[in-house]
Structure formats: C-alpha cells, structure tokens
Write a protein that binds this ligand. Structure first.
Ligand code: 9MR
Length: 575
C-alpha cells in the first residue's frame, strides 16, 4: 500500500502566524541545498532562499530538507512554496487559529449525550435526537443498573459526552478532557505574560447555553462535570464517594449506529480509584472557575471533589480491570499516584487547605519528572497538576513555586531539543515507540508544556516550538495529512465514529470541522491497519479510513488537547 502523499513540499496547510515561525519540509533525493520560492496567490515570488539538507528522518525514513521562510511576514491567503520542482498545498499567513479554537471546542457539543443536538446551532447534518435518555430503543442512561455483582442500586447518569467513536462514557477520560477545557479557560485568566484574547467568553460557541452570561467553554465543561458528579457512589452505599469507572453498552455495537438507536442494555462498571481522583481533580478545578458564575454549582462540585478525594484515600488501590473491555474500552491504570498528585493539587489550588498541600508535597510527583518524552495523557496525569501549580495563583511557598515553574521550563527545553532533531518539527522522539494510539494528542500535550513555558517566561523559542507542533498536526508531515477535519487541503474526514459515519452511509455527515484524528500508530492496534499498513515507518502508520480505530478515531481527550493549543495559538494571533 503506497498512499498518495501529494506534493513533496510539506507545509502547515492552514497557515502561519505573521510573527512566525514558518517552517516547511521538503522530501527529496537531493543531498545538497536546493533553492525555494514563496509565491503569493497572484503567482509573484515574494521570498526565496536555500533549503537545509537534514539527511534521513528516522520516523519517516525519508531524505528531507527543511525550509525556513520566517523572513516573510505579510498577511495574505493562497501562498505556495516551491522547491525541487514541487509546489506545496496553498496556505495563509495571518491570524489562522481564531476559528480553529471555536471549531475544536464545538466538537464537544456535537458529542453530547442526553440532549438533542440542535441543527440551527451547528448545521442540520449534525442535528440528532437526544441519546440515552431511556427512550425506546435506548435503555439508559437515566436508570442504569450495575453490572452483575457490582452493586444493587441504579443511577441516573444521563448527560456527558460520548467518549469517542463509541457510545461509552468514561470517568477517567472525561476527567482529563474536562480539565483541559477548564484549563484552556483558566489560562486566559492567569497567563503570566498576559497574552490572551477575548475568544472564550459568552456567546463564542454555538451551544444552547450561549447568552447566559457564563463563558461558553465553561458551559461545555459543565455538561461533562454534571455527568461526572452523577457517577459518584451515593451515600449509604459501600464505597460511597468513589466514582464508577464507566457506563457503556453490555456488548459492542456496530457502526454506524446512532446514539438514539442503541438498543443495548447499559451498565455501571465498578468504582475505581483512578476515576474517583479524576472526578476530584476536575470538580475541584471546576469549582474555582464556576465560583463567580454559579456559587451553588461551585459549592456542589467542591463538596463532591472533597468527598471523592477522601474516598480515594480510604480506597487507594481499586484498579479498573484491564480485561473489562467488552462493550467499551477498559481505561485501566494500575498506578494512580499521579492521579492522587493531580487531585491534591487541584483541591489545594481551589481551597488553599493545608492538608492538600501536605499531600501534594509528599507525593514523589511533586519533585519527580512528570513531563515524559512522549507526553502526558489519561493514564499519566501528574503534569496536569504541575502545570496548574505553576500557573494558577496560590499560596504555594515561594521556593516551591519557583521550583515548580522551573520544572516546566526545563521540560520545555527538553522538548525543544527533541524538536531540533526532527525535520518535521515534532516535540516527540523519532522512534516507533513514540507513535502510539492517540499519539497526536501527546504531540499536542508536549506543545502545551511549551506554550505554558512561554506564558511563564515570555521566551519566544517556546512559543515557536508550540507552533511547530501544530504545523505537524496540520500537514507538515510524511503523509501530507492534516489530522483535523475541515482544516487544510488534505484533511482527515473518515474517522472511526458511529455518529459521523459518512464513509459507511452517505446520508450521515463526516465528523464536524475541528475533529482531531488519533494519528500515526506504529503499534497497528486494529485489524484494518495491520492488514493495510504492515511494515510502515512510524509516521506512515495512519490511514483515513473509518475501520482503523487505532489510528483514526476521534476522542474527547484528544480534542481537548487541540482546543487548549488552538486557544493559545489564537491568542498569539490576536496580539
Ligand atoms: O485512547 C485510548 C488509548 O490510549 C488506548 O491505548 C486504547 C486501548 O486501550 O484505548 C483508547 O481509548 C479508547 C477507549 O478505550 C474506548 N473509546 C475509544 C477510545 C479512543 O480510541
């Protein structure tokens, strides 16, 4: 299988900020420098220079050169870059991230469970009835029983977001996704450099709550927070205060089943310490951000967070079963020390209470390296706590705060060093092991560390590093692939999802603009990818086909990364 990868000059197909950086990659046989030309949409050469030969790129196996055209800064549309007889896809120079911020956030409304999606807000092709409100043939989620032997009560766990391409709802993943939306907003309140725009207020998204005087991104996060709170084990029951790990269908459903047509029994799965701490962390963060808007909700969220944290301390090692993967993903994690650290950090930042401070400072993650080379994610959450301790105002002792902030800069320096060795500009190692399921979100999460380093220090190298990571996501890569639907000349549009199964049923839509695909995965963890892509070089281990769930699904925790970074980059365009 040889994919058509189009012109050999690889650019960010969306565009570049006038302030830069502006990098491209040329795939070529040549080993010595070649001339390049930048053309305006009228075909006029507006800049030119020489490529830099980079040899063989490990992740792609390609011989490549890099092109730096940052010297040109005039805003416009329809630029192209030419080298070695090849002309790139067209791109813009300008404030290219404003709309991506809202598109990437808009994804969450369209993924909502338990509410009709309003076509007048997001387009009729995305309109659908409410899913999983107990309306036939649905069997939930308003009155969901536990799996056999787990408990003898039923819970109303309506609402929240469908996790990904399936109809499951998972507390672990919901927690981190909610936290990243909350952090996208919180950043604009606290960025030390003050570089933020006005793009996250009320009526900035197309959600039913627009116009309620609450920032829409908080409204969206609340939709999931309310679900997370419903997943908490009620008082009077065994494990009260813990959170059920997940709710989903008894058996896997097929594509392209729409949520409202799902006839499977829904079941609550056992509580887990990891889910409980996700609830604690996300609800604690939500409480401080909602306090100015809805005191009663903020109080309710904080009470649930405190209760969850106490329950997790009482039951510190209840792990989700890695084999509990029928009808939904397992999201199992047998090391919850990072979730403990994250939850303690959020509770401390919200309450200032000494007990949480003592817990977080006693954690090995408080001084350990929480920023791994391949990035944080749902199973490794300590970085979320560290980033917030570095950026959110608190009474953290001064020496400690200095050290925490320095740790972000040190991690960012390491990502920059990695990036300097990558001809495609990724802040990710070039090894097969760095290309795994959902890895695009890890690339972006590393960029979030870079962006936070910029917010803390104003060092433009960090900002440039974050931009280059987005260049990879939007087309500067071996496949010439933009991984965001609707963004770029050659963008993913056949992601694995039941809701937007256009590839299987032409009357259904593609995923909405702003949907991030999981990305290249050298593990080839699905049969379709295994059969099609065997032997692929890591950066080629991706196919835009609905059958490849391990390279091409959508997921809330991936789009939350995209939303955070898009929001940061939109703010760069605004200044
Ligand atoms: O994102 C998850 C990834 O990190 C795991 O390697 C993978 C296999 O366990 O599961 C991914 O999560 C999926 C979940 O289990 C079920 N819903 C779809 C999620 C995205 O593919």
């Amino acid at each position: 299988y040889v994919p058509d990868t189009g012109p050999r000059v690889r650019v960010n197909q969306v565009g570049y900020l006038p302030t830069g950086p502006k990098h491209a990659t040329l795939v070529t046989e040549a080993t010595t420098a070649l001339p390049w030309e930048l053309r305006s949409s009228a075909g006029t050469v507006v800049a030119s220079g020489q490529t830099t030969p980079r040899g063989i790129d490990a992740a792609s196996g390609q011989n490549v050169h890099t092109i730096d055209f940052n010297g040109y800064a005039t805003a416009g549309t329809g630029y192209t870059l030419t080298a070695d007889g090849q002309t790139s896809h067209p791109f813009d120079i300008g404030a290219v991230y404003q709309q991506l911020r809202s598109d990437s956030l808009q994804f969450f409304y369209i993924q909502r469970s338990g509410i009709a999606v309003d076509g007048s807000l997001v387009g009729d092709q995305y309109a659908r009835p409410a899913g999983h409100l107990g309306v036939t043939p649905n069997q939930g989620d308003t009155d969901v029983p536990c799996q056999a032997g787990v408990c003898d009560y039923r819970l109303d766990v309506r609402g929240g977001w469908y996790d990904a391409g399936d109809h499951g709802k998972y507390v672990v993943n919901g927690g981190i996704a909610t936290a990243q939306l909350l952090s996208a907003y919180e950043r604009t309140k606290t960025a030390a450099t003050g570089r933020f725009g006005a793009g996250l207020g009320d009526s900035t998204l197309r959600v039913p709550e627009r116009g309620n005087s609450v920032p829409d991104v908080l409204d969206e996060a609340r939709w999931e927070l309310e679900f997370l709170l419903r997943m908490q084990v009620p008082d009077g029951q065994a494990l009260a205060g813990m959170a059920h790990h997940k709710v989903h269908d008894r058996n896997w459903t097929g594509l392209p089943l729409q949520p409202q047509d799902d006839p499977q029994p829904r079941e609550l799965h056992p509580p887990s310490t990891a889910a409980t701490l996700n609830l604690a962390a996300a609800a604690a963060q939500g409480a401080r951000l909602f306090a100015p808007y809805d005191k009663a909700f903020a109080d309710r969220a904080l009470a649930a967070a405190k209760k969850a944290y106490a329950a997790a301390k009482a039951h510190p090692a209840i792990y989700a079963d890695p084999n509990d993967g029928n009808g939904g993903g397992s999201y199992s994690d047998s090391d919850v020390s990072d979730e403990f650290y994250w939850a303690a950090a959020e509770l401390y930042l919200t309450t200032g209470a000494a007990g949480y401070l003592a817990d977080l400072t006693a954690s090995r993650h408080h001084t350990g390296d929480v920023f791994s080379a391949t990035g944080f994610g749902w199973g490794s959450t300590a970085a979320l706590g560290r980033l917030d301790l570095a950026t959110v105002p608190s009474g953290l002792p001064a020496a400690d705060k200095t050290r925490v902030r320095q740790s972000v800069l040190t991690a960012a320096d390491a990502y920059l060093a990695t990036q300097a060795g990558q001809a495609y500009g990724l802040p990710m190692p070039g090894t097969a092991g760095a290309y795994f399921w959902g890895g695009n979100s890890n690339v972006i999460n590393n960029a979030i560390v870079l962006a936070t380093a910029y917010d803390l220090s104003g060092g433009t190298a960090y900002r440039d590093g974050a931009v280059q990571a987005m260049d990879y996501i939007l087309g500067r890569n071996a496949l010439n692939q933009s991984y965001v639907t609707g963004w770029g000349e050659h963008a993913s549009e056949n992601q694995h999802t039941r809701i937007y199964s256009h590839q299987l049923n032409a009357s259904l839509p593609h995923p909405p603009a702003g949907s991030l695909a999981g990305g290249a995965n050298a593990g080839l963890d699905d049969p379709f990818a295994q059969q099609l892509l065997a032997g692929c070089k890591p950066m080629f281990c991706y196919v835009d086909d609905i059958n490849s769930y391990a390279t091409n699904e959508v997921a809330i925790n991936w789009n939350s990364s995209l939303a955070w970074l898009s929001s940061f980059l939109a703010d760069q365009g605004a200044v």
